[in-house]
Design a protein around this ligand. Structure first.
Ligand code: AMP
Ligand code: MG
Length: 487
């Protein structure tokens, strides 16, 4: 397919392997990307390319590699099969518009999936067109890269490439393809697929493969599949706590959008909360608030219960005993989440030590924030600068309580403020700034606003700059702000 000589491709740094393709046929279908009219880079992530061992200066000359018009040396494209509970209902899914080119082995020996999202129809497309719009792919680029800078595990974005084609949605959109990089794309839904459609051997092959790829430390454990489940639970508990710490709302936590490696995946209708309220929802189709900000830990646990169900045949030959083991483990989720959440919240408040009343102190601040409709990010950022937040007496008494609590530890106020500034972002992807950047990029082909936004978001904990334009919430707030899935 490639018109380039191998020597050209060799200089690009591709080092693709295909370990996932070694799984039983049930889990994948060989599928070529469908060529597009005209490939042009909209954005290319040079630092990420370098980390992957790819030569940006070579690749930047060749956008056709990022839309599937040509294939990188050693690519063996496939679509992955998976199922998922979407809004509580089980469905057979699979990569309907994404194609895995292979696993890039980096100079450090790490393995990352390189996937083209929007690369055309696959055997799993159902009624979908296999394509993606420029706005939504740039949105995923901006937010995933912002999450990475916030030190939150996430898939990354290597490039967004326009296709020169129109994608038909509610209104016509310019077509684009996202090159997505992930530790892997194995989901809770991949295990549900194995349990629903495969044999016990298929399920075991998937579990063994996933353990080797993401949890190799478990090798040799007598109860390896139960330990695997607990390890996935631990990473999810840590991940969701990190989302909560920055006000991130995933928006579509279906089991097919929960990655076993513990990275945040699938930036569809996600958004950052501005005014603090646990019931905040931005997704247009999440009418019952299933995936609301404050419901995320609960939903993560619900999704993990679906993983446990899928794993039952591996936990014990006796189904009742398997259920007992799974239930016992499941019960630890709440404690695991609470531990990560509390640790992060202590850092957000400059606390180095642990006291039993800390939960109360934290909750009192959150209650005040909810009542006063305070901006989540700016409340913590302002506290981190030791600046006044409010004149009201309830806040005043909370503040006194907090200052008193700080004196219970050896560290100075300066130490606390430094800790807080490392944990409370000054800059997050504010909904109105993301929309502004996307409108300029898609309607006026002006990419400068997005580049400037990405630059600010690459240093979220920068307290040396003051860029009110990026830290201010929208004038009207995000009340009524809506996000959309599957575009
Ligand atoms: P998502 O809501 O993006 O997590 O996608 C849910 C499922 O729908 C996945 O199986 C996707 O591959 C599939 N899907 C989403 N958009 C399209 C599309 N335009 N064409 C085909 N399949 C799609
Ligand atoms: Mg998905």
């Amino acid at each position: 397919m490639s018109i380039f000589s191998d020597s050209f491709q060799e200089t690009a740094g591709w080092n693709l392997e295909h370990s996932y393709a070694g799984l039983p046929k049930l889990f994948h279908r060989s599928t070529l990307p469908i060529p597009v009219r005209q490939a042009n880079f909209v954005i290319f992530n040079q630092p990420l390319a370098s980390e992957l061992g790819l030569k940006a200066e070579v690749l930047k000359e060749n956008p056709s590699l990022f839309v599937g018009n040509q294939l990188p040396t050693g690519a063996a494209p496939l679509a992955q099969a998976y199922a998922g509970h979407q809004y509580g209902h089980f469905t057979a899914l699979g990569d309907g518009r994404a194609i895995l080119l292979g696993e890039q082995i980096t100079p450090k020996g790490e393995r990352f999936d390189i996937q083209l999202k929007g690369a055309g129809q696959t055997p799993f497309s159902r009624s979908g067109d296999g394509r993606a719009g420029l706005g939504p792919m740039l949105r995923e680029y901006i937010i995933s890269e912002a999450m990475h800078a916030l030190r939150i595990p996430t898939t990354r974005s290597l490039a967004v490439t326009s296709t020169g084609e129109i994608v038909r949605r509610m209104e016509p959109l310019s077509g684009a393809i996202l090159a997505r990089v992930a530790a892997s794309h194995i989901r809770v839904g991949t295990f549900e697929w194995a349990a629903a459609r495969g044999s016990k051997e298929d399920l075991q092959a998937l579990a063994d493969y996933t353990i080797q790829r993401h949890y190799p430390e478990l090798a040799g454990d007598e109860q390896i599949y139960l330990r695997f489940f607990e390890s996935v639970m631990e990473r999810q508990a840590a991940l969701i706590a990190q989302w909560m710490h920055v006000g991130f709302i995933h928006g579509v936590m279906n089991t097919d959008n929960m990655a076993i490696c513990g990275e945040t995946i699938d930036y569809g209708p996600c958004a950052f909360m501005d005014v603090y309220h646990p019931e905040t929802v931005f997704s247009s189709i999440d009418r019952n608030g299933r995936y609301a900000y404050g419901n995320q830990p609960h939903i993560a646990q619900w999704n993990l219960a679906r993983l446990a169900e899928a794993l039952l045949p591996l936990l014990h030959v006796d189904e009742n005993l398997a259920i007992e083991k799974a239930n016992e483990s499941m019960h630890s989720f709440q404690g695991r989440f609470q531990k990560h959440w509390l640790a992060g919240m202590r850092s957000k408040l400059g606390l180095f030590t642990e006291e039993a009343e800390d939960s109360d102190l934290i909750q009192a601040l959150l209650d005040w924030m909810q009542q006063s409709k305070a901006d989540f990010t700016n409340t913590f950022a302002t506290l981190s600068r030791a600046q006044p937040i409010s004149e009201d007496s309830e806040y005043h008494s909370w503040h006194q309580r907090w200052i008193k609590r700080l004196t219970h530890q050896q560290q100075s106020m300066t130490d606390s403020l430094q800790l807080m500034q490392r944990h409370n972002p000054n800059y997050i992807p504010r909904n109105h700034k993301v929309e502004e950047a996307l409108s300029a990029a898609t309607e006026k082909t002006d990419l400068s606003i997005m580049h400037r936004l990405l630059e600010v978001l690459s240093k979220p904990f920068d307290y040396t700059s003051s860029l009110p334009e990026y830290s201010r919430p929208a004038e009207s707030g995000s009340c009524g702000y809506q996000t959309f899935c599957g575009t």
